[in-house]
Design a protein around this ligand. Structure first.
Ligand code: GAR
Length: 200
């Protein structure tokens, strides 16, 4: 259960990101004082997201997957628990987490499609290849599957004639940058029923 936070006692979140970190930047810009980002971790030492975090003097760490996925996740989870993290936010974290993390802490993810459509990599390209007229953004609780877990919020994004992968992804990201901080704020104010998390 995620507690109701206040500006005096903000919800402590960690963000995991593998790449550019535009969703991390949106979180840093748009969260209100009821939420504090206490750490940013990545599976990649070269993730731009880590530099963005350091610029804001947020603590960072790198946990490469290596051969033993479970051991990596045990170390990652220990790092999160040592910092009293209450919610983990995947913002372009491109690996599946094991039960070592998802059974111990609430984890949410932003994904660039209307799940269950187009899980996995490059969902905007999958949408273009499938010829759909509409795709979108999903924020969901994370389980050990690939972009599975109970949906918290979804918003459609139209596919336009002449869209390229880049133009469609850009339109999707504009929605992500609003929807993800919005869901985190709502979780911090206890505005999302606990039953959402246990829903199938
Ligand atoms: C975002 O579009 C995010 O939805 C996607 O990676 C991108 C990261 O962008 N995540 C997934 O596909 C997860 N399955 P960013 O590094 O600029 O935030």
């Amino acid at each position: 259960m995620i507690r109701a936070a206040t500006a005096d006692d903000p919800l402590r979140i960690a963000v995991l990101a593998s790449g550019r970190g535009s969703n991390l930047a949106a979180l840093m810009e748009r969260l209100d004082p009821t939420v504090v980002i206490v750490g940013v971790a990545s599976n990649r030492a070269d993730a731009i997201a880590l530099s963005r975090a350091r610029e804001e003097e947020i603590e960072t760490a790198v946990f490469p997957r290596g051969d033993d996925w479970g051991e990596r996740d045990r170390e990652l989870c220990a790092w999160l628990l040592e910092r009293d993290v209450e919610l983990v936010v995947l913002a372009g974290f491109m690996e599946i987490l094991t039960a070592e993390v998802v059974d111990r802490l609430p984890v949410i993810n932003v994904h660039p499609s209307l799940l269950p459509a187009f899980p996995g990599l490059h969902a905007w390209e999958q949408a273009l290849d499938a010829g759909v007229e509409e795709t979108g953004v999903t924020v969901h609780f994370v389980d050990t599957g690939l972009d599975t877990g109970p949906v918290i919020a979804q918003e459609p994004v139209p596919v336009r004639e002449g869209d390229t992968p880049a133009s469609l992804h850009e339109r999707i990201q504009a929605v992500e940058h609003r929807l993800l901080p919005d869901v985190v704020r709502r979780l911090a104010s206890n505005d999302i029923p606990d039953s959402t998390r246990s829903a199938a």
